[in-house]
Design a binder for this molecule. Structure first.
Ligand code: HPA
Length: 243
């Protein structure tokens, strides 16, 4: 089973029926097994990878990022469109917005974040352009054609989770130039880069970050906002794959 393109997302991004001849494939890797759906869309072979697993919803700090990316590599994937829910740190991007990030700041603490972890050569991968410029251009052009509002740049602050942030942390993240805050982009983007894939992320802004509104932040609020926006995102991804 081969695929050139992949979509990484949560439930809702992939709906059965979008891919022709879709088959579930359990891909074995040195890091564990990843569960992927592979099928065809128009003339392209696409792999869909539910980041948090199938059935069991792994929390962000327990996701097997290495198995996920290694599995895509094994299938032959070279281009990845990823998405995830984020909180916004700025009034520029309100809940409901789509933000294509072009940088990240890493506050994760205890994740297996590299393939270059063994006895072999020492590798320091370049992170000057972590999210693929070519795919970002394609996504921006498609969004414009479809009339979908998409913020073309932004800095993703990645926290360890699974707890949400404190208001003091959010003020700090604002001060250091963050645009959105989430829990999944790192190490996924790093591993994709190490695997020499072209990888881009469009974030769905689901909420104001903690402390920016007087109300406490809930997981239910995040899920509800994601449901409202997933159609637009799916449209954007599939139209980009067509191009
Ligand atoms: N913080 C961290 N991760 C998130 C948030 C948030 O506010 N919203 C959705 N994922």
């Amino acid at each position: 089973m081969r695929a050139e393109f992949a979509i990484i997302g949560g439930t809702g991004v992939y709906e059965p029926g979008w891919l022709e001849g879709a088959k579930r494939v359990d891909v074995e890797t040195p890091y564990g097994t990843a569960h992927v759906v592979v099928g065809r869309y128009k003339d392209k072979r696409i792999a869909f990878l539910p980041r948090h697993g199938v059935g069991h919803q792994l929390p962000p700090h327990r996701v097997n990022y290495r198995a996920n990316i290694a599995a895509l590599q094994k299938l032959g994937v070279t281009q990845v469109l990823a998405t995830g829910a984020v909180g916004t740190l700025t009034t520029r991007c309100r809940p409901g917005s789509l933000v294509m990030v072009d940088g990240f700041i890493d506050f994760t603490k205890a994740r297996a974040g590299t393939f270059f972890d063994g006895e072999g050569e020492v590798v320091h991968v370049d992170m000057s352009d972590p999210y693929c410029g070519r795919l970002r251009k394609a996504l921006a052009a498609t969004a414009e054609t479809l009339g979908i509002e998409l913020y073309p740049t932004g800095t993703y602050v990645c926290t360890e989770g699974p707890r949400f942030e404190t208001p003091a942390e959010i003020r700090f993240f604002q001060a250091i130039g963050g645009t959105v805050v989430g829990m999944t982009s790192v190490p996924e983007v790093v591993l994709a880069k190490e695997a020499q894939m072209c990888y881009a992320t469009v974030c769905m802004v689901t909420n104001w970050a903690a402390g920016l509104t007087p109300r406490p932040l809930t997981h239910e609020e995040v899920v509800a906002e994601m449901r409202r926006n997933v159609d637009r995102l799916r449209q954007l991804f599939f139209a980009t794959l067509e191009g």
